[in-house]
Design a protein. Structure first.
Length: 435
């Protein structure tokens, strides 16, 4: 796009953490290049921060501790929300949208909880609401789903969308270290927050799964609809056992359409799962993210890259900002929210997948037959069995064929009551196979 004589487009940035600082830097240092791409200059009208008196390498006159007043400025056309959390961002974004200002946000928690409300406000006021950076940082996932694949039928989205947990599991797999030790190291390296709960318990990934499911399946899905398990119970022994089945363990966000007794439904779920070593996601290590999208005509697509960090996330924010600014220049709008399908979200007990069950057992004859009998009672077919150790360290590992979560849960409950089963140590799903 060539430069025009269009009036400047005023931008307000709310929040100046790692991502906000990078956005401000790009807006400042790349002003001329951005003007050429957009067809009008972008002008930073202000930056809302907690402490406007603190030196931040920005013109002090641009800093304010009153984000609502900044949003209300007549010369602000686009609002970039990078505060995080639900409030005050929800109120501020609604204020901007109702004032006819387009919004770019990286707020996954907010979009997972209030996407419908915010999208309706954007549509009502004929402005844009973009949130590419809310899922997988710099990796373009939202735009391909809303635009590139808008003429296709997406059937499944599977991703590693949390860098902290992927780093922890990758390090445990590579070194044999325990979860607690790797978590501590992740904290020292800056990969884990002081309070890592949102990451390690799967809340962050669940919010992203809700966003992906909503877009992929044209239905409103919230974080409350997403089944969630974290990685805190994963042990070095689990990862070692996974290797013996030619697998590794990853925290997966899975969104899929499936037939539930003749009714099409959505499953959105987050949990640690075994995946075969030849699966594309098995080689995604460290703090990197990746998302695979499967559709009827395009087949399987994979998006890979840095899923977090100031500069990568800022790149996604700037992509949205440029799109929203271009729309302002030409008088257009981006894609609207699409919820025409309105598919219901199914509870986890309706989902079928394969399972890995590890248990400490009494080392005596007949135990395997007793254990197999409990699986058979609930029509859970066994694919493979492995026994490790002996005596007090005897451990039995069972891998099943596809079964419902309900049948599997009932089987585990029965195993825990058996005299020959000392403890059910781990129950994990196995994804990425067709059996």
């Amino acid at each position: 796009m060539t430069a025009t004589n269009s009036r400047p487009i005023g931008v307000a940035v709310l929040g100046m953490g790692n991502v906000g600082a990078e956005v401000v830097r790009i807006l400042t240092e790349g002003a001329d290049d951005l003007r050429q791409r957009i067809g009008a200059p972008l002008e930073l009208r202000g930056v809302a921060v907690r402490d406007a008196k603190r030196a931040r390498g920005v013109d002090p006159e641009l800093l304010t501790d009153d984000p609502a007043a900044l949003v209300a400025h007549d010369d602000v056309d686009l609002v970039v929300e990078l505060i995080g959390g639900i409030e005050p961002p929800r109120t501020l974004i609604l204020q901007a949208l109702e004032s006819g200002k387009s919004v770019v946000t990286a707020n996954k928690a907010l979009m997972a909880a209030h996407a419908g409300e915010l999208s309706e406000a954007a549509e009502r006021n004929r402005v844009d609401l973009y949130f590419e950076a809310a899922v997988a940082g710099a990796i373009p996932v939202i735009r391909p789903l809303t635009q590139s694949l808008s003429g296709d039928r997406v059937t499944r989205v599977t991703g590693i969308v949390n860098g902290t947990t992927n780093y922890i599991l990758s390090e445990m797999d590579a070194t044999g270290a325990d979860y607690a030790d790797v978590l501590a190291e992740a904290g020292r390296l800056g990969y884990a927050e002081a309070d890592p709960t949102a990451d390690v318990e799967g809340y962050d990934a669940a919010a992203k799964a809700a966003i992906l499911a909503s877009i992929a399946f044209h239905s409103r899905v919230t974080a409350e609809d997403v089944y969630r398990e974290g990685i805190t119970a994963i042990t070095a022994a689990d990862l070692d056992a996974a290797k013996k089945f030619d697998c590794t363990i990853k925290l997966l966000s899975i969104c899929e359409r499936f037939d539930d007794d003749g009714v099409e439904k959505i499953s959105a779920r987050v949990y640690p799962a075994l995946i075969p070593l030849d699966h594309p996601l098995a080689t995604v290590n460290g703090a990197f993210n990746a998302v695979t999208v499967e559709s009827e005509n395009a087949g399987r697509l994979m998006f890979y890259g840095q899923g977090a960090g100031g500069a990568p996330t800022a790149a996604a924010v700037m992509g949205d900002l440029v799109m929203a600014a271009r729309n302002r220049v030409v008088g257009g709008r981006g894609p609207l929210e699409s919820t025409y399908a309105s598919l219901p979200a199914a509870p986890i007990d309706r989902v079928q997948t394969r399972y890995y069950v590890s248990m400490k057992v009494a080392d005596r004859s007949g135990v395997l037959a007793q254990v197999a009998g409990e699986f058979a009672k609930r029509s859970v077919s066994i694919s493979a069995v492995r026994q490790d150790g002996s005596g007090e360290n005897a451990r039995l590992i069972v891998v099943t064929h596809r079964a419902s979560d309900r049948a599997q849960s009932e089987t585990v409950a029965a195993l825990e009551k058996m005299d020959s089963v000392i403890k059910v140590s781990s129950v994990l799903r196995l994804e990425g196979t067709d059996e």
